[in-house]
Design a protein around this ligand. Structure first.
Ligand code: NAD
Length: 352
């Protein structure tokens, strides 16, 4: 196994691993550990080149720094990627080698699930390193993050409602959820419990029907979901849904959902602001999962009560983001970044 360092400006450490025996070719990027060790998921993807993988891991690890700083997880930002097709390249040897690679960083980087990596893969990684989070609850870990992401999203929606109407109540608010999978589905049910007027849409028709039968939600076909006039549009399916093509079609007062990277480009957050639409930055409102995972790393180990208390702070974090956006006259995504940088800087000063 050959581990080599790649020098990248603005990143604390970037390392490459090549292991002929298992076929592992992977990168770990540690962006910033001012606030704590770098936590971020492990992704597997058939990248066309190492440059493409490097671009991805750098971008994602930097994003984790900001997400963790705003969420106050006490952690820094990192990420890892395995180059290769998950359909053909996965093997026990590959994940054991990846475990050794993660372990070689001595806890500077802590891994978790991400695209194409599931708990069975991480369990193999875990045989070689203790720096793994998000395993099964039965093994003392924090388990499936989705219900916590949904809880955090609901808490964030209260802050959104307050910003819109000076009242945190979601009762009677018309909310359209795109994507009712693990998080969006749980969110829809939570919102029904708060008497919100929920409309769901998903490309998986069976899932829509199941939720409709059980909970009586209104539903709309995916191609028409932007036509529904609503208070809050909640993207909970995939990224990049807010872009030049969709922005003119928006008929909502706010955008607030769990999907990652909702804006195709950063300037789209300003574009929606110019239309008077409030945007709850995705990585602020969807932080429930990572906050839950981070609790595993506290000295006393995972504690659901601690996790829930910390997730409830998403409300205050969003309120701060909206406040910075107003006073500094900037888009909310920029405001979130300012809040993150302020927290990192304060920790840096306190350390020095
Ligand atoms: P999921 O796969 O369980 O659910 C996604 C749902 O979206 C599925 O039901 C799918 O059919 C539907 N979908 C996909 N494309 C669609 C489209 N074009 N139109 C309508 N529906 C579509 O995923 P999830 O875990 O619920 O995550 C949803 C989003 O939230 C993702 O962007 C994910 O990265 C992000 N996120 C999830 C978590 C978590 O804890 N699971 C945490 C943070 C962010």
């Amino acid at each position: 196994m050959e581990i080599t360092e790649i020098q990248v400006d603005g990143y604390e450490k970037v390392v490459r691993c090549r292991d002929q025996e298992s076929g592992l070719h992977a990168l770990i990027a540690v962006h910033d550990t001012t606030l704590g060790p770098a936590l971020g998921g492990m992704r597997m993807w058939p990248y066309a080149s190492e440059d493409e993988a490097l671009f991805d891991v750098l971008r994602l690890s930097r994003g984790m720094t900001f997400k963790s700083a705003v969420a106050e997880t006490g952690l820094g930002g990192g990420k890892s990627v395995i180059l290769g097709d998950p359909k053909t390249l996965k093997s026990e040897a590959l994940f054991r080698a990846m475990g050794k690679f993660v372990d070689s960083q001595g806890g500077l980087y802590i891994t978790a699930e991400d695209m194409n990596i599931g708990i069975p893969d991480l369990e193999i990684v875990h045989q070689e390193t203790k720096w793994v989070t998000g395993l099964k609850r039965s093994e003392g870990s924090s388990g499936n993050p989705s219900p916590y992401t949904a809880d955090g999203c609901l808490i964030g929606l209260h802050a959104v409602a307050e910003e819109l109407d000076k009242n945190t109540s979601l009762a009677g608010k018309k909310i359209v959820i795109q994507g009712v999978g693990a998080v969006g589905g749980a969110l829809a049910i939570l919102l029904k419990g708060e008497n919100a007027d929920v409309t769901i849409c998903d490309i998986n028709e069976d899932r829509v029907k199941q939720l409709q039968d059980e909970y009586g939600f209104d539903a709309v076909a995916d191609e028409h979901h932007l036509d529904v006039e609503c208070d809050i549009y909640s993207p909970c399916a995939r990224g990049a849904g807010i872009n030049d093509e969709t922005i003119p079609k928006l008929r909502c007062r706010a955008i607030a959902g769990c999907a990652n990277n909702q804006m195709l480009e950063a300037h789209h957050a300003q574009d929606v602001r110019d239309r008077g639409i409030l945007y709850a930055p995705d990585y602020v409102i969807n932080a429930g999962g990572i906050i839950n995972v981070a609790v595993e790393l506290l000295p006393g180990g995972y504690d659901e009560g601690v996790a829930r208390e910390r997730i409830s702070r998403i409300y205050d974090n969003l309120k701060q983001v909206f406040e910075i956006s107003r006073t500094d006259d900037i888009a909310t995504n920029e405001a979130a970044k300012r809040l993150a940088l302020k927290r990192i800087e304060a920790a840096r000063v306190a350390k020095s």
